[in-house]
Design a protein around this ligand. Structure first.
Ligand SMILES: [Zn+2]
Length: 84
């Protein structure tokens, strides 16, 4: 599954690990614990511009490798209310 670029960038800049909801450093994709579980090629793939299609693919591969089916996204503060 491909994730929304906006979500990926917001997640990258946030302090929440999208895989386990733990604290992470801003500009790191995952927290240290999750990052360590990735294989080296999966880690290297994350070192590209968050807006590039390659990053989206790398994120997808990594989150799958971590066994996460629904990533944790930062609060969408600027999201309009869903119409019900
Ligand atoms: Zn984590």
């Amino acid at each position: 599954m491909q994730y929304d670029t906006d979500k990926l960038i917001k997640s990258l800049r946030s302090l929440t690990c999208p895989a386990c909801d733990a604290k992470k450093a801003a500009d790191n994709t995952f927290c240290k614990k999750c990052y360590k579980q990735l294989r080296p090629p999966q880690r290297h793939a994350l070192y590209q511009s968050a807006g590039s299609p390659g990053y989206g693919i790398a994120f997808d591969v990594a989150i799958d490798a971590l066994g996460v089916t629904s990533p944790v996204w930062p609060e969408p503060a600027d999201q309009p209310e869903p119409i019900t």
